[in-house]
Design a protein around this ligand. Structure first.
Ligand code: DLL
Length: 432
């Protein structure tokens, strides 16, 4: 099922023409209205009217998160504030947040694109959608909220947290689609189990998760535990929020809404485009945003494009699941590791739940990683020898996954933090 077959299944050459026209309009808009971009064009002697092909975009420099921060709060807006009808902001874990504005048209596009993604993931007007993303400046909840209303689903705007209430509502209101971060979905699954509720007594059918990296192993775990079809959703506030890309029911890559976002994948070191299909950093140019257009925005997210057509019939290019951000990579002894790799090993190990924390320390000249992992009560009370053997097995599996030895420390069930939004799993003590 499609939300807008005409745009989702458009022949690629037609879409490229549409992209070029929209790009030309966007470049003109930013030149006229955003001093940052006008200065860039003028310094490089580039005429915003002289873009004849999508490749010409490469003449322009990238826009970074630092550029956006430097213009806090409204410096990058391309319309006067009286035309802005909504303001959201990025979480701003490091430094000033990025403030993002939307015109009435931007909001119309946003709900339409989210409606596409919900439809691709199986959600219809017959569904009861529990939005357990945080309502607020974060784009997750409001983005999905209006998209779900647009398709006519029944929206429960419960927001994140208060897990017991989430479960009661899920049960009483017969929620069929759950929307939240994968880490919160895991916490909810754990709470369902602890409450003694049988998952089959719930009405859940779909889980639409996103806003943070999660592995395929975590998908299987969530699908099994919650008896749902789980799909991945990608987006970022700087570009719009959720609705940038999402999986169809094939669950084999996220379709990018290319008629609204032009994507490139670059090598983050050389800043050159990678060879087709290679992994690199995703760079996004918005094609229809009025209030907050961005040109060649460096997302820091690592992915790769899947150019082959998808059997679902959409011609929108897919990207693979985002493994992580270049700035979340753990670099240890010259090796790069993502928390999602550790998560995958733990999901594949019986007897542990993927609740974990990574601690990194510098001991002398060497960096060391310690993994705190929750083990079941029965293992803790078992013969210490059994626990030791079990830990050794995890240690071996981890070492073969990441390529260096990891100290593994068992901790009691429920002793690590649960997250109702994006998980924070790494404590790096080397930097201090
Ligand atoms: O997380 C928007 C969103 C909300 C997307 C709900 C999907 C669902 P920000 O808070 O600005 O916006 O964070 C954006 O989160 O650059 C990625 O690093 C990460 N991210 C988002 N979705 C995924 C995903 C929202 N599906 C940043 N997989 C992005 C991996 C993701 N990482």
């Amino acid at each position: 099922m499609y939300w807008e077959a005409i745009n989702e299944c458009m022949p690629r050459d037609e879409r490229e023409q549409l992209q070029l026209e929209r790009l030309q309009a966007t470049l003109f808009r930013v030149y006229m209205n955003v001093p940052f971009y006008r200065k860039t064009f003028d310094t490089l002697g580039i005429d915003p009217d002289a873009f004849r092909s999508l490749d010409d975009l490469r003449k322009l420099p990238f826009t970074t998160k630092e550029d956006l921060r430097a213009s806090y709060p409204y410096g990058m807006f391309a319309v006067p504030l009286r035309e802005v009808v909504r303001i959201q902001a990025s979480s701003g874990t490091t430094g000033a947040p990025t403030v993002v504005g939307y015109t009435r048209n931007d909001l119309k596009h946003w709900s339409n694109l989210v409606a596409r993604i919900l439809t691709a993931a199986g959600v219809t007007q017959n569904d009861i959608v529990q939005i357990a993303f945080d309502y607020g400046l974060f784009t997750g909840a409001f983005g999905f909220h209006y998209g779900a209303e647009r398709i006519g689903a029944s929206v429960i705007p419960i927001s994140s947290g208060n897990t017991r209430r989430q479960l009661k509502i899920m049960q009483d209101f017969r929620t069929s689609a759950l929307l939240c971060t994968p880490s919160y979905a895991l916490a909810l699954a754990e709470a369902i189990q602890e409450s003694g509720t049988s998952v089959s007594s719930l009405s859940l059918k779909y889980g639409l998760f996103g806003a943070e990296p999660w592995s395929e192993a975590m998908r299987s775990e969530l699908q099994d535990k919650l008896k749902i079809i789980a799909t991945d959703n990608y987006g970022l506030s700087e570009v719009m929020g959720p609705g940038v890309a999402g999986e169809c029911l094939e669950r084999n890559g996220l379709h990018i809404n290319e008629d609204h976002f032009f994507v490139e994948v670059i090598n983050p070191e050389t800043l050159e485009p990678v060879a087709p299909g290679e992994t690199g950093e995703l760079v996004i140019t918005t094609l229809t945003r009025e209030a907050f257009p961005v040109i060649r925005f460096r997302t820091r997210d690592l992915t790769r494009l899947l150019p082959e057509p998808c059997v679902c019939g959409r011609t929108l290019t897919r990207m693979t699941k985002v493994m992580g951000r270049t700035d979340d990579m753990i670099k240890l002894r010259g090796i790069t590791v993502f928390p999602s790799q550790i998560e995958a090993v733990l999901c594949a190990t019986e007897g542990v739940e993927p609740h974990f924390q990574i601690e990194i320390d510098r001991k002398g000249a060497l960096d060391e990683m310690t993994l705190l992992v929750e083990v079941s009560d029965s293992l803790f009370s078992d013969e210490i020898k059994d626990l030791q053997g079990f830990m050794d097995r995890i240690r071996r599996d981890l070492e073969s996954e990441v390529g260096f030895p990891v100290e593994v420390k068992p901790v009691e069930k429920k002793s690590l933090e649960r997250f109702d939004g994006k998980a924070r799993r790494v404590i790096d003590r080397r930097k201090k």
